[in-house]
Design a protein around this ligand. Structure first.
Ligand code: FAD
Ligand code: NAG
Ligand code: NAG
Ligand code: NAG
Ligand code: NAG
Length: 524
């Protein structure tokens, strides 16, 4: 079954406390599966928990699970999956009716379109597992080169624990209140990706419970099919319970800069030049975003005395390209930091007078989006629909994309909402055996149209703009890949995975042949 309908949950799961034998009950809509008491799993069916697990950050879909499992051990999750496979029986003999229901791990539920939902099935709350982790959710190795992390842990917690030992992961997402398992199931990209690769490129080993309920440890040498499959695997092959994350020395402070351009080609030329510079003389973080006069021009980064000047620049040009870079430092690298800032000032071809630098603690820099979240929450603009579009655009077509999409479509709207990210990254730090797809070029741009509905925009309108953008790329032969996508048609998934589709299907057959896991992705 590949289709699903909101509210058509056919399976309800409850803990049966009286009977000792598993029972199947026909309901009007279908079959109710009762978890046998010998399975010893307590699931939550209270409307409060059901509702919490049926929503996500996207605020567009609503998919009720039959129940939520708040596990206190990895063994519980394995038991649940073995039971869902029909491989468990209360009285020792194999059950004649194999109860099959869907199961989805849920990290922070920051998905956009119900990807962490399990309509009618069981949502596994990964936070519970992280809280129960022994000896702790984050354990830094004695030599400080890696951390073993419970997958339900948020990245911000990994950072806090690692910093106490003077170390830190190297590759980050912009926002840190995402679970490790959730970002590793996608890719985990941001301003450090060009230098270190995405988060999936910075993992040494994983513990995974496969869709069959087997507990497996995997790495590039041990069970590599599972390891490469689950990295970017959209939750399709197993539930990651532990990840061994690469760490490095942590800097203490950051020079964080936003540099404004009115000229698009100067902007991308400088972005790409910084991309190719060596570690010691180059920057540690590289992103970019757009400021458009038909959108909300956020000048809060800039000194108070320059905010008016920035706002007028945007008004005069209608669009300004913002290069965002950061260079880390601490007392030992203090002498170099001024040289790097000086190099940027002298060699970059930005609009004169429009380079701004802040000096902030490393933690505050990485956690910068938290401030934005708090501002939006105060304004009641956080829990609103988010029809986000994230795409990777091959470098060879970035000018066509800019002319057709940014100028032709975005600037032509009466108003735009949200942030538009626009930055290049390199593909040589990605491993093609992993499940995530990128364009087939050495350099590609990350474009994030992070729109929020509300006020004058409803999400359907914003979504139709996304459709036009995809259509434009299609018509112009720009071979984009979507990120955090939500296809509902199988042919779109086949097209997305292209040459890797056969591997994806083969791995599904190996690790989750009953197709139980993360049904909200709507792939199988
Ligand atoms: C404000 C904001 C900023 C963001 N910024 C970035 C960014 O800069 N870069 C970036 O790459 N992404 C970014 N994202 C996207 C984010 O990485 C994904 O939405 C990610 O899935 C969120 O993690 P989560 O824990 O909330 O996942 P969930 O929504 O809970 O789950 C995502 C998917 O992974 C599966 N899953 C969850 N945990 C596991 C597990 N342990 N094992 C197997 N499968 C699992 C789920 O079933 C689901 O299919 C951002 C999202 C938000 C809301
Ligand atoms: C059931 O699980 C709990 C932990 O959730 C454990 O303490 C208890 O011993 C288990 N009971 C049986 C009969 O296995
Ligand atoms: C998951 O568990 C945590 C910790 O118990 C809880 O705070 C959170 O609300 C739960 N989430 C869902 C969706 O049930
Ligand atoms: C969207 O968010 C609002 C505010 O939290 C909530 O009341 C509503 O149920 C959400 N809708 C969906 C579809 O998630
Ligand atoms: C811009 O908008 C106008 C009016 O809505 C429309 O007629 C025109 O075709 C649009 N141009 C592009 C390039 O989409």
């Amino acid at each position: 079954m590949t289709t699903k309908h909101i509210g058509s949950s056919i399976i309800t799961l409850i803990t049966l406390l009286i009977s000792l034998t598993p029972t199947l009950i026909k309901s009007e809509e279908g079959i109710d599966v009762l978890l046998p008491i010998s399975l010893n799993l307590t699931v939550l069916t209270d409307p409060f928990y059901i509702s919490a697990a049926s929503h996500d950050f996207g605020n567009i879909t609503e998919e009720n699970p039959g129940a939520v499992l708040c596990p206190s051990s990895v063994a519980e999750v394995a038991r649940l999956l073995r039971f869902a496979n029909g491989g468990f029986s209360a009285n020792g003999d194999s059950t004649s009716h194999s109860p099959s229901f869907k199961v989805a791990a849920r990290g922070q539920g920051h998905s956009l379109r119900g990807q962490a939902s399990a309509p009618g099935g069981i949502v596994v709350n990964m936070t519970c597992l992280a809280k129960a982790a022994k000896p702790a959710a984050v354990v830094v190795s004695s030599d400080g080169t890696y951390a073993d992390v419970a997958a339900g842990t948020m990245w911000v917690e990994v950072l806090e624990t690692a910093l106490k030992r003077g170390v830190s992961p190297v590759s980050w997402t912009d926002y840190l209140y995402l679970s490790v398992g959730g970002t590793l199931s996608n890719a985990g990209i941001g301003g450090q990706t060009f230098r270190h690769g995405p988060q999936i490129s910075n993992v040494y080993e994983l513990d995974v419970i496969t869709g069959k309920g087997e507990m497996m440890t995997c790495s590039p040498n041990l069970n590599p099919e599972l390891f490469y499959g689950v990295l970017g695997g959209l939750g399709q092959f197993g539930i990651i319970t532990r990840a061994r994350i690469a760490l490095d020395h942590a800097p203490t402070r950051v020079k964080w800069s936003r540099i404004l351009y009115s000229d698009f080609s100067a902007f991308t030329r400088d972005q790409e030049r910084l991309l190719s510079m060596a570690n010691d003389i180059g920057v540690d973080f590289l992103e970019g975003q757009l400021m458009m006069s038909n959108g909300f021009v956020d000048t809060s980064f800039f000194p108070l005395s320059d905010q008016t000047k920035v706002a007028s620049l945007v008004n005069d040009h209608r669009i300004i390209y913002v290069l965002e870079v950061a260079k880390y430092y601490d007392s030992t690298t203090l002498p170099i930091i001024d040289q790097v800032i000086d190099m940027l000032t002298r060699t970059l071809r930005f609009t004169p007078g429009f380079m701004f630098v802040q000096d902030v603690p490393y933690f505050d820099f990485l956690n910068r989006v938290r401030n934005e979240e708090e501002k939006l929450r105060d304004l009641g603009l956080w829990e609103v629909p988010h029809p986000w579009l994230n795409i990777f655009v091959p470098r060879s077509r970035i000018v066509d994309f800019h002319d057709g999409v940014i100028k032709g479509l975005l600037l032509n709207q009466t108003s735009t909402s949200g942030v538009t990210l626009f930055y290049p990254t390199n593909r040589n730090k990605w491993n093609n055996r992993m499940s995530t797809m990128t364009p087939d070029e050495d350099i590609f741009y990350v474009i994030g149209l992070l729109q929020s509905a509300g006020g004058s925009h409803n999400w359907q309108e914003l979504e139709s703009l996304n459709d036009k953008i995809i259509q434009f790329c299609e018509n112009s032969g720009i071979m984009i890949k979507e990120y955090l996508m939500h296809y509902t048609r199988k042919e779109d998934w086949i097209k997305h995975f292209g040459p890797k589709w056969a591997d994806f299907v083969r791995r599904k057959m190996m690790f989750d042949p009953k197709k139980l896991l993360s049904p909200g992705q709507e792939i199988f």
